[in-house]
Design a protein around this ligand. Structure first.
Ligand code: GUN
Length: 280
């Protein structure tokens, strides 16, 4: 039987509606500041999408566009101003930054209570000890999709393919907190296919188009595909060979329309969580 599709567009729409309803109950609108340094066209599109989605959910969004030549000290001053601004609940600095700016110094300058990316070391530590409130957006979206699909995680064998700081590692921490038995596999793992075949829940986040083949999937497994890769013919593909995998898996996310739409919805949720915490 072909796999059940896990619909990220529907789940993201439901989450955006939930955020809008909760935002409307606050005494004043949550505020999100997005900082974009330079003119990278892909980053400009992402930032515009974040700004629009926030506004549609009743979040007061503003985008600060700074020239590519902005130096690190000037960017740190901008962040200091946003940290001190009571109308700003969430701060997001779009990555990558120009090479002359140290991303780490910038991330560490953001007030952890306003760090809606969840990248500040304090929030990373909280994520790993199971006490985080601001969780990185894509990992939060992965967990939300698993919940909406009704996937039981307690005691389940989960495999995370990829160990990046923004997806693989945080997803592994969240699955561990949800009582799954978690393996993190990566480019140095011996026999990736065999590791994948043992998984009841497989989260692929390696950024290599269609690397996970159908015969890597256990019959009935849940497959969450975080990859968004552009093929030579212009089509988008995930990290999983979708048609092959869907013939074997129990449930699977498509690309596009799976994890992708969840990321911005979870950014809005993080902004709301930050705003609610700051109004308590
Ligand atoms: N660039 C690509 N993805 C992200 C993200 O999740 N957060 C930020 N700040 N920049 C990004």
């Amino acid at each position: 039987m072909p796999a059940r599709l896990i619909d990220g567009r529907a789940a993201a729409a439901a989450l955006r509606a939930e955020v809008a309803a909760r935002a409307a109950r606050l005494p004043c609108r949550p505020g999100l500041a997005v900082v974009l340094v330079g003119e990278d066209p892909a980053s400009a599109v992402y930032v515009r999408n974040k700004d629009r989605a926030a506004s549609a959910a009743g979040i007061a969004a503003r985008t600060l566009r700074l020239p590519a030549a902005t130096d690190e000290a000037a960017l740190l001053r901008v962040i200091g101003g946003l940290n001190d601004d009571p109308s700003v609940d969430g701060i997001l600095v779009q990555l990558p930054l120009p090479p002359h700016i140290r991303s780490r110094a910038v991330i560490e300058a953001i007030d952890p209570a306003k760090d809606v990316d969840g990248f500040h070391p304090l929030n990373v530590g909280r994520l790993h000890d199971g006490t985080a409130t601001l969780v990185p957006c894509t990992p939060r979206g992965v967990m939300r999709l698993l919940a909406t699909a009704g996937v039981a995680l307690r005691g389940a064998r989960a495999l995370v393919l990829g160990r990046s700081a923004i997806v693989g590692r945080p997803v592994a921490a969240l699955l561990t907190s949800a009582d799954a038995t978690v393996t993190v596999a990566h480019s140095r793992t011996r026999d990736l296919a065999a590791e994948c075949r043992r998984a009841e829940v497989l989260v692929a986040a390696v950024g290599r188009a269609e690397m996970v083949r159908g015969d890597w999937i256990a019959p009935g497994a849940t497959v969450i595909d975080v990859g968004i890769n552009r093929l030579a013919d212009g089509r988008l593909a995930g990290d999983v060979a979708f048609a092959e995998a869907a013939a074997i898996a129990g449930a699977i996310t498509p690309v596009p329309g799976g994890v992708g739409p969840m990321t911005i919805a979870c950014l809005l949720e993080n902004t709301l969580i930050a705003a609610e915490a700051r109004r308590r």
